[in-house]
Design a protein around this ligand. Sequence first.
Ligand code: LLP
Length: 455
Amino acid sequence: MEREFESPFSSGTPSTGSGSGDRGIDGFGPGFIRQGGVLECREVSLEELAERFGTPLYVYDSQGIADRVRAFQKAFQGVDFLLAYSVKANGNVAILDRIGALGAGADIVSGGELHRALTAGIPSERIVFAGVGKSEEEMEVALEAGIYSFHVESAGELRLLESVAARRDLTAPVGIRVNPDVVSPTPHEYTRTGHAASKFGVPVEQALELYRTARESPHLSLRGIDVHIGSQIVEVDPYLEALDTVLAMVDELGAEGLELEYLDLGGGFGVGYEGEAGLPLEALARAVVPRLASRGLRLLVEPGRAIVGPAGALLTRVRFRKRSGGKTFVITDGGMTELLRPSHYGGWHRIELVTQREDAPVAPVDVVGPVCETGDFLARDRELSVPEPGDLLAVGTAGAYGFSMSSNYNARLRPAEVMVEDGQVHLIRKRETVDDLLRGEVIPPRTPTPGTDES
Ligand code: LLP
């Protein structure tokens, strides 16, 4: 990683003012606006970015990210509040740096994410560590770093954490992640985590028992309680249902003399992929804040997607177009290796021609990538102004779980990432090269085979 002290890039297209012709785009964050027929990020032309950095390319709107962090902080200002940004949504250190600078912390799920968060300067006392399968080594490193709390997801994990802490004569701060048995209305079953049959969290009765036994240990400090019911939720009620369950536990434990410091309501706050409204934050805050404030509890939330999703777009260029089986295929240079969501969860992302073509017919097309999988697509049967080879497409709301789930499958090079900030363009991750692909691979010497030239 390098720190950039001065931007080598000047601002993009000069501002043409905010007169007529500006328009926000459904399914893209507010930083993405069309001016004079060309899609821009904060007045920087996406055509120009693609020219300069190549495609596929992730583009992030720094102001859009900051605005979302501030919106959470404002909504929950009536209570002692910590936004622990969920690093898994997008862990680029530049993005973590900006989020941390606004006073936010991090929700991590691995030693790797801990390393990212600390490298970006997020103070350890603002970091919480979730995940069902933490390793002993990850526990040690996080304990030494002095994180705010471990979100423990099983009795076995609690025992291991206690032994790790005892060995170092330390005290591990703990919040039990409770499985509240709430069926969260997420668009895909893979992103539901609050129902009893999921691998996440500890059922209520067992969790209460864990608190009771753990309070006897000198190496565990019971700091809070945690719940996370799923991802891309747009309704308030499931949160309140989960909240009621954990508040009843807080009260029960309080009656037994065990006072907790914080309640973590998790993440999952939905965004508008198609241009619809996301989760109504103010309505959630109105219901949550008084219940916590009256108990003197600190509130943590762990949004990922709601912070970075709308602030990111993926740029991809059309390579070819063909017709087969009654379908039109638009073949782009980006696909499931850059953005897995459509393929893996049936995720729907808006796709726009960066430069509008008034003359193009609108027809249903499949936008597919170059990867050798039938499941490699960005959109299927999508009504689009049919693009031509060479056209640039922008995929909206791709800032979360886009780059972070990208892969090298088919030996593809992972894309570059740029951040538009205050009229400047920063390259925050270089495009991979073939040397990156082979890093760490070793060809062992061959055993000579008798009777061949090698013997
Ligand atoms: N906290 C915990 C404990 C989590 O497991 C997650 C997400 C979050 C917070 C953040 O959720 P968010 O606010 O970003 O919805 N790859 C999927 C999403 C998987 C989410 C996993 N956990 C997708 O692309 O939709």
